[in-house]
Write a protein that binds this ligand. Structure first.
Ligand code: ADP
Ligand code: MG
Length: 284
């Protein structure tokens, strides 16, 4: 199957200048990144603050374009001006702060805003609004004011707004960072359902390890580079390396790793409490 997103040797730099315009510093935020993301996958991108996750993600819907290298979204080169509209329609973005993404005074209007801008016929807009709100479990709030919703509910409305544009791929940049645990669970559940039931490719950027255990594939970034990639099990086997990258590992993984170091023969890549309990029961 064709990759929905592919990057080859992508480089992006931020250049700082003083008042006279002289260059005072250069940050290579994305440093020769080559990766492929398969249509329908649930992908997680991990990395500590400043590792380049957001800058890379902005290349996935042509908010940024590479200074070196190439990004293809559904086969479309994002550097070609004529592709930008289609690229944005193919890969929708959800950001950290739902308050910056919700614009209309009523939930259903907000969700309809994207397709309206795209010139979708009115009847079709209402159909999409209904489907999108149902998909994220917010249909009963369609007449509400977004102001009165919880953080998790607002973020689900933002996701519905992106969904209403019928993207093949949705990129979420730390969508749960500002939410309480309940809100985080709601958003994660909604995003997993979109992936499973609607077949939308999901790219979830997060620093919460528990959010990546169900991903099909994980990319780990450090200093603008992709330094690890693999299944959650493969990644979380590398506890020492993750610690070096200043990343936490899930509690059960850490406990299993500590037990192994003390000579208890547990398998690698334990991700959940249930797996740990089962592995301990299985010890002969
Ligand atoms: P992450 O999302 O992983 O925290 P970012 O992509 O935001 O990482 O940042 C990568 C690097 O680029 C960091 O060193 C950051 O300070 C720098 N950076 C990000 N945005 C800007 C900007 N608008 N101007 C200058 N430097 C930036
Ligand atoms: Mg970021």
């Amino acid at each position: 199957m064709m990759d929905i997103i592919r990057t080859k040797d992508v480089v992006y730099e931020y250049i700082r200048r003083d008042d006279e315009g002289a260059v005072t510093g250069i940050t290579t935020a994305v440093d020769h990144v080559s990766l492929g993301i398969k249509q329908g996958d649930f992908i997680a991108i991990l990395g500590h603050n400043g590792s380049g996750k957001s800058t890379l993600a902005k290349h996935f819907n042509a908010i940024l374009t590479p200074e070196e290298g190439t990004v293809w979204v559904d086969g479309m080169d994002t550097l070609e001006e004529k592709n930008v509209w289609n690229v944005r329609q193919t890969a929708g973005m959800v950001f950290q702060n739902p308050d910056n993404q919700i614009i209309a005074p009523v939930v259903e209007e907000d969700v309809g805003f994207g397709p309206e801008n795209m010139g979708v016929p009115t009847e079709e807009i209402w159909k999409r609004v209904e489907e999108s709100l149902k998909a994220v479990g917010m249909y009963e709030f369609r007449k509400h004011s977004p102001n009165n919703l919880s953080g998790g509910q607002k973020q689900r409305v933002s996701i519905a707004g992106v969904l209403a544009m019928k993207p093949k791929c949705i990129v979420l940049d730390e969508p749960t960072a500002m939410l309480d645990p309940q809100g985080r669970r709601e958003v994660l559940k909604a995003v997993h359902e979109l992936n499973k039931l609607e077949g939308v490719t999901v790219i979830l950027i997060t620093h919460y390890m528990e959010e990546v255990t169900d991903a099909d594939k994980v990319f780990v970034m450090d200093s603008g580079k992709v330094v690890m990639q693999g299944t959650p099990k493969q990644i979380f086997t590398l506890v020492d390396e993750l610690k070096e990258l200043r990343l936490d590992v899930p509690q059960p993984t850490l406990l299993a790793w500590e037990l192994k170091k003390r000579g208890i023969p547990l398998p690698d890549g334990i991700l959940t409490g249930e797996e740990l309990v089962q592995a301990i029961k299985d010890l002969k």
